[in-house]
Design a protein around this ligand. Structure first.
Ligand code: SF4
Ligand code: MSK
Length: 665
C-alpha cells in the first residue's frame, strides 16, 4: 500500500512521462491535484449553494443535529439534494449522448444520411421485439425509423415507463413499483430532479434519494441502454478483438490522430475516412508513412472493441498523450475532456479539435460535426492532423516499448455465445460455475481513473486480489483502459494471477479473467447480463441477491454517481473507493444509501477510502449472497458438481451436428 501512494500513476510509462514533464516544468492534473486540496466542507456534501441566501456551510461536531442553513435546511436535506443533483447531471450526460445516437438512427432510417448504415439488423429486430414493435415484412430502414421514434419517446413521455424497463426481471420491476421509482422518461426525471432540489421544494432526504434512484434508472434502463444498443446496430455488436494499448501505440513515422470523448459517431466517421486513398496519399505527401488512429477515454473503448483501434488510455492519460510529442491532433466530442489539454497542446505542436456544438474550449480549433455531414467533417479533421505532421519538434517523452496486448469486446451477445455456441447460447455454464463455487462471484470494476490517487493503481490492486480469489471481473470505461495498459486483458492473466476455479473456467472457454465490456454507457450491458443470469435460474430470480458487486475504485464524474445509483436500485451493492463520501457529513443520508436501500432493493452505495476495505466489503457481500442463495460455500480449489463447460472444439462439434450446412459460428 505504502509504495502505491508514492507514485502518481501505476503505469510505469505514464509515471515516466509525468516525471519527465515535471523536470520540464510542465504542469499536469497530477500536480494540480496535489496543490488543489479538496474543500473539506463541499467534499462531504455539507455545503449548499442552491440559493443566494447562502452558500451555507453546515459544519461542527453537532452539525447534523443542530445546524441549519439560512432557510432552515438540515444537513441531511443538503447532502441528499447535492447527491440528487449529481445523479441528474450524470443521467443528462449519458442520455444526451443517447439522444444523439437515436437521432443518428432516425437519420439513417429516414435516408437523411448516407454516412452511416445498419450493421446489425438482427439486433435492431431484437430491439423492436423488446419495444413491442412488429417488424414483420418491414424494410430494415423503416424499422430503424420506427425504433428510433419509439426510443425518442423515452425522452419526453409524460406518464408510464421507459420502454426498456420491461427488460428487468419481474421481481426487480416489482420493487421499483413498490417504491415508486419506475422512471417515466429521461427529461421528465432530470427536470423534476432539478425542480425538487431548487430552493424551498423537496426537503425529505429519503424522498429526495428515491428520486435519485428513479432518475438514475432513466439513465441505466433507458439512456445508457439505448446508446449501447443503437451503437451496436449502427456499428456492429462487439465480439472479442485483439489490439494494443498504452502510449507505445503512437507511431513516430505516421500522422497520429487521437479520438477522445464519448459519442462513437465522430470516431466511426474518422475511421472510415482515414483509409481513403486520397487522405493516405496526402499524408505521404507531407512525409508521413500513413495515418495512425489512437483512442482515448470511452471513445477508445468504442473503437477498440469494434475495430481493434489501439487505445492510448483513459482519462488521466490525456495530457500525457500530448506530452509524447507525437500527437498531431486530438479530435474530441463530449465529456471527460480536460480543458487543460489545450494549454498543454500549446507547448507542443498538437492541435486540439472540438466538434460538438455543445462543447467548445477556448484556444481549440472547432470543426462542426453532425450525423448529416459526418464524413465531410471527419476529412477536415484528418487534414488538420496531416497538415500538422511536419510541425512536429523533437520535444516529448515517448517510450516506444510501452505497449500491451489487449483482448476487448465482450458484448452480452458474445458472452452468451461463448457459453454454448450459436445454437445453445445461454448463461447456464456461468451460473453453474458460480453455483459450484468454481467462480465465487462477479465484480464489475468500472469507471474513471483519478489523479487524486495513484491513477489506475486501485484498479490494478483490486483486480488482482479478486481474480486470485476466483471472482470474475468485468470492466468498462476508463477502468477498461487501465487494465488494457496494464496488460491484464489477455487470457494469460488468468494463468498468472487467477485462483484455480476461475482459471479452469477461463482456460475452458479461452477468455481473460477480466472481461472488457465497453464504454461508460455499456454498463447497461451488465444490467442485461445480470437479467439473463436471473432468467437462467439457479441463482437469484432477480438482479438483487446475486453474488455480484459493482466498484468504481477511482471515480470522479457525476456520471459515475448516476451509474452507481442505477446499479443500487437494480439490486447491486456498489462500493466507491478513492476518496471521501460526497454525503459523508450526514449519517442519516449514509444510512439511507446503505442499510435502507439494501432492505428495499438489495442494492446499496458505499464510499470506502481504504482499498483493503473495498475488497473485504465486496467479498462479504458476495459470500452473504452465496449463503442466502444456499449455494455451496466457496472454498478455493474445492468445487461442487456442475455441468462441464464446453471448450471451443466441443462447441463446434455440437454446432456441426445441429446444422452441418451452416458451419461454425
Ligand atoms: Fe442556504 Fe437554504 Fe439557500 Fe441552501 S437553500 S443556500 S441551505 S438558504
Ligand atoms: S470516460 S466518466 S473518466 S470512465 Fe467515460 Fe472515463 Fe469516467 Fe469519463
Amino acid at each position: 500500500m505504502e509504495q502505491r501512494i508514492k507514485i502518481k500513476n501505476a503505469s510505469e510509462a505514464a509515471q515516466k512521462i509525468i516525471e519527465w514533464g515535471e523536470a520540464e516544468g510542465l504542469v499536469t492534473c497530477f500536480e494540480r491535484a496535489e496543490k488543489m486540496k479538496p474543500c473539506p466542507i463541499g467534499e462531504t456534501g455539507a455545503c449548499c449553494k442552491v440559493c443566494h441566501m447562502g452558500p451555507c456551510r453546515l459544519v461542527g461536531p453537532k452539525a447534523e443535529e443542530e445546524a441549519t442553513g439560512v432557510c432552515g435546511a438540515q444537513l441531511s436535506t443538503i447532502a441528499a439534494r447535492n447527491l440528487l443533483r449529481m445523479v441528474a447531471a450524470g443521467t443528462a450526460a449519458h442520455s444526451d449522448h443517447a439522444r444523439s445516437m437515436a437521432l443518428t438512427l432516425l437519420a439513417v432510417g429516414e435516408g437523411k444520411t448516407s454516412d452511416f448504415e445498419i450493421k446489425d439488423p438482427a439486433k435492431l429486430m431484437r430491439m423492436a421485439e423488446i419495444l413491442e414493435i412488429d417488424s414483420s415484412g418491414k424494410e430494415i430502414k423503416d424499422l430503424a425509423r420506427e425504433v428510433a421514434l419509439k426510443l425518442l419517446e423515452d425522452f419526453s413521455r409524460r406518464d408510464g415507463a421507459v420502454g426498456y424497463a420491461r427488460r428487468a426481471p419481474a421481481k426487480t420491476q416489482e420493487r421499483w413499483r413498490k417504491w415508486g421509482i419506475v422512471p417515466r422518461s429521461i427529461d421528465r426525471e432530470v427536470v423534476e430532479a432539478m425542480h425538487r432540489t431548487n430552493m424551498g421544494v423537496d426537503h425529505d432526504p429519503d424522498h429526495l434519494l428515491l428520486h435519485a434512484l428513479k432518475t438514475s434508472l432513466a439513465d441505466g434502463w433507458s439512456g445508457s441502454m439505448m446508446a449501447t444498443d443503437i451503437t451496436d446496430v449502427l456499428f456492429g455488436t462487439p465480439k472479442p478483438v485483439r489490439a494494443e494499448s498504452s502510449f507505445g501505440i503512437f507511431k513516430p513515422d505516421h500522422v497520429n490522430l487521437v479520438i477522445h470523448g464519448h459519442e462513437p459517431t465522430l470516431a466511426e466517421a474518422i475511421i472510415d475516412v482515414v483509409a481513403e486513398p486520397e487522405l493516405v496519399e496526402y499524408a505521404k505527401s507531407k512525409g508521413a508513412k500513413g495515418i495512425n488512429l489512437g483512442g482515448m477515454c470511452c471513445t477508445a473503448n468504442e473503437v477498440l472493441m469494434r475495430h481493434g483501434i489501439p487505445t492510448s488510455g483513459g482519462f488521466t492519460n490525456q495530457e500525457l498523450g500530448v506530452m509524447t510529442g507525437l500527437v498531431d491532433a486530438i479530435a474530441v466530442d463530449v465529456q471527460c475532456i480536460m480543458p487543460a489539454i489545450v494549454e498543454m497542446a500549446k507547448k507542443f505542436h498538437t492541435k486540439v479539435i472540438t466538434t460538438s456544438e455543445k462543447a467548445m474550449t477556448q484556444g481549440a480549433t472547432h470543426v462542426a460535426f453532425d450525423e448529416h455531414h459526418a464524413r465531410e467533417a471527419a476529412r477536415k479533421i484528418a487534414r488538420i492532423a496531416i497538415d500538422n505532421f511536419p510541425m512536429r519538434t523533437k520535444k516529448g517523452k515517448f517510450v516506444e516499448s510501452d505497449k500491451a496486448p489487449v483482448i476487448a469486446g465482450f458484448s452480452h451477445e458474445y458472452i452468451e455465445y461463448m457459453q454454448g455456441g450459436r445454437w445453445r447460447a445461454s448463461f447456464r455454464p456461468l451460473n453453474d460455475a458460480i453455483m459450484a463455487g468454481r467462480i465465487r462471484g462477479v465484480v464489475a470494476l468500472v469507471g474513471c481513473d483519478n489523479p487524486r490517487v495513484p491513477a489506475t493503481g486501485l484498479f490494478r490492486y483490486l483486480a488482482v486480489e479478486f481474480i486470485k480469489q476466483d471472482v470474475l471481473v468485468v470492466t468498462t470505461g476508463c477502468g477498461a483502459n487501465a487494465y488494457a495498459a496494464a496488460g491484464f486483458l489477455t487470457p494469460e492473466t488468468a494463468l498468472e494471477h487467477a485462483g484455480p476455479g476461475l482459471r479452469e473456467v477461463c482456460e475452458a472457454i479461452g477468455i481473460p479473467p477480466i472481461l472488457h465490456l465497453g464504454a461508460c454507457v455499456d454498463n447497461s450491458r451488465i444490467l442485461t447480463i445480470a437479467s439473463a443470469m436471473a432468467a437462467e435460474g439457479g441463482l437469484s430470480d432477480e438482479i438483487g441477491g446475486m453474488p455480484a458487486v459493482g466498484i468504481a475504485p477511482e471515480w470522479m464524474s457525476e456520471k459515475a454517481i448516476a451509474i452507481a445509483c442505477y446499479f443500487a436500485a437494480s439490486g447491486v451493492p456498489v462500493i466507491f473507493g478513492g476518496g471521501s463520501s460526497p454525503v459523508g457529513a450526514s449519517k442519516e443520508v449514509t444510512n439511507l444509501m446503505t442499510n435502507v436501500w439494501y432492505e428495499r432493493f438489495l442494492g446499496a452505495l458505499h464510499f470506502e477510502k481504504d482499498p483493503e476495505q473495498v475488497l473485504a466489503l465486496s467479498l462479504e457481500y458476495i459470500d452473504k449472497a452465496r449463503v442466502n442463495l444456499k449455494l455451496k460455500k466457496y472454498e478455493p480449489g474445492r468445487f461442487g458438481t456442475e455441468r462441464v463447460l464446453m471448450d471451443m472444439a466441443a462447441r463446434r462439434e455440437l454446432e456441426r451436428a445441429a446444422k452441418p450446412h451452416l458451419g461454425v459460428g
